[in-house]
Ligand binder design. Sequence first.
Ligand SMILES: C[S@@+](CC[C@H](N)C(=O)[O-])C[C@H]1O[C@@H](n2cnc3c(N)ncnc32)[C@H](O)[C@@H]1O
Length: 215
Amino acid sequence: MLSARLQIFYDRILAGQPLWDIGCDHGYLGLHAHRNGLCGEVHLVDRSPTVLEKLRRQVEVRWPAGPGEGLRIWQLDAEQEALPVVGGTVVMAGLGIGTVLRIMARSFAGKVPAGVRLVLAPTLREELLRLQLRAQGWYLQHEELYSEAGHVRQLQVWETAGESAQPFWNNTTLSRDNGLLDMFLAERRQYFSVSQSAEPDLVYLKRALAECFPE
Ligand SMILES: C[S@@+](CC[C@H](N)C(=O)[O-])C[C@H]1O[C@@H](n2cnc3c(N)ncnc32)[C@H](O)[C@@H]1O
């Protein structure tokens, strides 16, 4: 059983295609996908030997006779070493956007690889990530908010082609229904809050972003 947070990432994985979970830590997402046969190839990547030792123990507990074909664990620093990603889903969750962008630069070498879906849940500064990926030629397919440890975070799903989803400030893809949008805007506003403007968060944030990151 996945946590609610991991489940929303899991729901965005392309079935039947390779899955890369970079910065996998506990590896729950990939282990779940492997166990359910969602993806025939599951790659769990982390640079920490301690993390991977724990993960290997998890695998032994879940599959005492071995995990079978299709599960591979990589111990490497993905900012330093390129990964052979050819299509499928690349999940990067719980990483800073600088790390995400450096990992992409290393593995994709500045190109937008065909058939790849990025499922990104960075720790902060999602707006900057959005602008960088748009500039690189990625298309935002989906975004949603979820809560994690008292903060509101944003999931972004990007692909190499397709219709571009509207940014959140147009209210087209992020609804207020789950009650998280106002919290998200208020939290994000704090990063820009030198001004004590009385404008509502949405208006203020949109303007602050446009000023900070002109397109
Ligand atoms: C906060 S955990 C996130 C775990 C999981 N993705 C999640 O969202 O629940 C971040 C993990 O990324 C790994 N990591 C950070 N930078 C990395 C890099 N450059 N290459 C590989 N792993 C990295 C860390 O070792 C850590 O286990």
